[in-house]
Design a protein. Structure first.
Length: 212
């Protein structure tokens, strides 16, 4: 692996930290939106420079686009961001399914992961469903996509770092759903936004690092 890829990863981590500490709670501006897209864009560049699978690069690119859309206001931007991340999760799912396993997974474990993931999706959907309004179908489709990503990561026998990254990704999306649709108090939403960013970006970084 080229040293420049590790440098890009380190710069991405620093940019994510700067954004999370200094810009996350700022008002919506184009500067803030651009800064939010930089960290995962750098991950995509690191993956490209390292010759990693094209689906990984596509997933990072779609995620960066999703970051940009979700940094804006309005239903159209939200739906565009949701669509970008939905496609990113599908790209990850196909990538994990096609990647060589690093460990053997027993059928009992695979069935358990499938059941637990379905239960988790159901519980989350029930907890937010009455708050979704016109977004019900979009959020339901998104929940299926991230569930597919989690299932394929586990049943395909991926390595531990990747599984931690996927788990953090799922966690960040669950918190984000409640921040956007359920939780109303400003202080709770502020804490939630910190939890989302500081679980979401490490998730992406760990997924990249697991391929190095």
């Amino acid at each position: 692996m080229e040293n420049s890829s590790y440098v890009l990863l380190l710069i991405a981590v620093l940019c994510a930290l700067v954004y999370g500490v200094f810009w996350l709670s700022q008002d919506t501006t184009w500067v803030r939106s651009i800064l939010k897209t930089v960290p995962v864009t750098l991950l995509a560049l690191a993956a490209f420079k390292s010759g990693l699978p094209i689906l990984l690069i596509i997933a990072f690119g779609l995620s960066a686009a999703g970051d940009g859309f979700l940094s804006r206001t309005g239903d159209k931007s939200f739906l565009a961001g949701l669509a970008a991340f939905l496609l990113a999760h599908l790209a990850y799912s196909f990538l994990f399914f096609d990647s060589p396993p690093s460990q053997a997974i027993a059928w009992s474990t695979k069935i358990g992961v499938l059941i637990l993931t379905c239960v988790l999706i159901l519980v989350v959907l029930v907890s937010v469903w009455h708050h979704l309004g016109a977004m019900k179908i979009a959020v339901f489709a998104y929940a299926l996509a991230i569930g597919a990503m989690n299932i394929t990561a586990w049943i395909s026998g991926q390595n531990g770092l990747l599984l931690i990254g996927v788990a953090l990704f799922v966690f960040s999306d669950i918190v984000l759903a409640h921040e956007l649709f359920v939780w109303k108090k400003a202080r709770v939403r502020k804490i939630a936004s910190l939890l989302v960013w500081f679980s979401y970006f490490p998730a992406q970084a760990l997924i990249l690092y697991s391929f190095f």
